[in-house]
Design a protein around this ligand. Structure first.
Ligand code: ATP
Ligand code: MG
Length: 443
């Protein structure tokens, strides 16, 4: 709470108070008995609270109103009158339970930055699978629950400087901090602004492939691997964080892989977090953008782009302040929030602790190519639940495992196989049992 010392706030409060009176909402007359004599008395219906609430993105002025006036306060006509009274076209009146608030977005210079740790520590903890975004307009922690089917993938859209990469850094660090793996792709990492890319997080031990994927060949290869293992059952969720998606999807291999993941990944424990400046026509393939149900939109250039980005009319995304002032649009909700950022000193600490690096392709034989090209939509239940035939195990893998057995006197654990051959848990178990059979049969 702020003391209402500021002249500007006083003017707004007076304007709202005057409007309540003018609109006939402030009080009504009732005839009451006083000493047995009926007299007309003014009874208060609505009044302003002489205090201002500062949220990260708005100033809020509270109206206390009688329930019977609620319907009148929330009419479109009264909304218009509020805008006129406070001389601000972006002022809105919102009802929050029994409270009514006149909300006026803060000017760019008034919006405070929010460090990721500050936002992280606001709640009792960000539950696993929820991804920290920042703080909402009442100062509460805002996280996106990507474990919900309807939130499994999101696009982060906005013009340069709107704060896309900054937010994606926060989202990626949030996933890593809750012990899940992320795959990081950023074609721009070599563009001279390493701190404004996903590069600083790339050395974290939970990063898939042990580094950042940047070149098109590497990204295409890695997505192929991920599809192959996910289609055979991942035993934990994997978050794919891809910045500058339009640059990546110029490559048809990446375009196809992303479309496949966008259409089927939800059932395969994959999650997509994709950054792009626009979402128009050729920038992001239709199948990919249509299948990313959550839109996180920073400042965009105009109303039309705002409409395309959010999928809704009149969100005002073209008037956001930039620098992480954003809208999160999910199926039912539209929430304005301030994205949290990782301060430079902390990014440098992370980089010192886990040296950033580019992902390299392992030298082991890749998963059989026919797997990657396999049609999507194997049908319900995923692999191993009956249905499709198991993928044959290459003879050289079985030979490799027998070598291990000879050397160590025991079979490797499934985790060893998964790391070495990039297979899922289910397939690793099957290969182990085949290897055990072949050893039992003295091969
Ligand atoms: N949430 C935030 N809090 C504080 N500062 C921010 C925030 N988001 C962005 N900024 C500032 O704005 C700058 C640009 O942000 P960022 O690189 O994330 O934008 P972008 O949308 O990814 O732009 P581009 O399209 O050029 O990649 C950052 O260096 C940072 O200084
Ligand atoms: Mg960026």
């Amino acid at each position: 709470m702020l003391d209402n010392a500021d002249r500007q706030h006083e003017l707004v409060l007076k304007a709202i108070s005057a409007l309540l009176g003018k609109a006939g909402l402030a009080y009504h007359y009732e005839t009451r008995l006083k000493n047995g004599v009926p007299v007309q008395m003014a009874v208060r219906d609505a009044d302003i609270v002489w205090d201002v609430v500062s949220t990260p993105t708005e100033w809020r002025y509270r109206i206390i109103a009688d329930e019977t006036k609620a319907a009148k306060l929330t009419t479109p006509d009264f909304q218009k009158q509020i805008k006129a009274a406070v001389s601000n076209a972006e002022a809105t009146l919102v009802q929050d339970g029994s409270a009514f608030w006149v909300c006026i977005p803060k000017a760019r210079a008034e919006i405070r930055d929010v460090e990721w740790r500050q936002a992280w520590e606001l709640g009792p903890g960000v539950p696993a699978g929820c991804v920290l975004l920042g703080i909402n307009s009442t100062g509460g922690q805002l996280a996106l629950d990507m474990t919900r089917a309807e939130n499994w993938a999101c696009m982060v859209i906005g013009m340069p400087g709107s704060g896309k990469t900054t937010l994606m850094q926060t989202m990626a660090l949030s996933v890593l901090s809750s012990q899940h793996s992320v795959m990081l792709c950023d074609p721009e990492h070599a563009g001279g602004r390493p701190l404004e890319s996903l590069w600083p997080l790339s050395g974290h031990p939970l990063v898939w492939g042990h580094g950042l994927y940047s070149g098109h060949d590497d990204v295409a290869w890695a997505l192929g691997q991920i599809i192959a293992s996910a289609w055979h059952g991942l035993d934990a969720d994997l978050y794919l964080v891809l910045d500058e998606v339009p640059q990546l999807t110029r490559d048809p291999r990446i375009r196809d892989a992303l479309n496949t993941i966008a259409m089927q990944g939800r059932k395969r424990r994959l999650h997509l977090i994709m950054g792009a400046q626009h979402i128009i026509a050729d920038d992001v393939p239709g199948a990919t953008s249509r299948n990313a149900p959550v839109r996180i939109v920073g400042r965009v250039s105009d109303r039309n782009t705002a409409y395309l980005a959010t999928g809704r009319a009149d969100t005002g995304a073209e008037r956001l302040a930039g620098r992480g002032d954003m809208l999160a649009v999910t199926g039912a909700d539209l929430v304005r929030f301030k994205g949290a950022y990782i301060p430079e000193a902390e990014l440098r600490q992370i980089m010192e602790r886990y040296r950033p690096r580019l992902a390299t392709r392992p030298r082991v034989a890749p998963v059989a190519p026919e797997l990657v090209a396999m049609p999507v939509g194997l049908g319900g239940g995923g692999h191993g639940a009956g249905g499709s035939d198991p993928i044959p195990t290459p003879d050289e893998w079985l030979a490799d495992i027998r070598d291990y057995y000879r050397e160590h006197g025991q079979l490797p654990i499934a985790y060893w196989l998964r790391q070495r051959y990039h297979v899922g848990a289910v397939r690793a178990e099957r290969i182990l049992s085949q290897a055990r059979d072949s050893i039992d049969h003295g091969l």
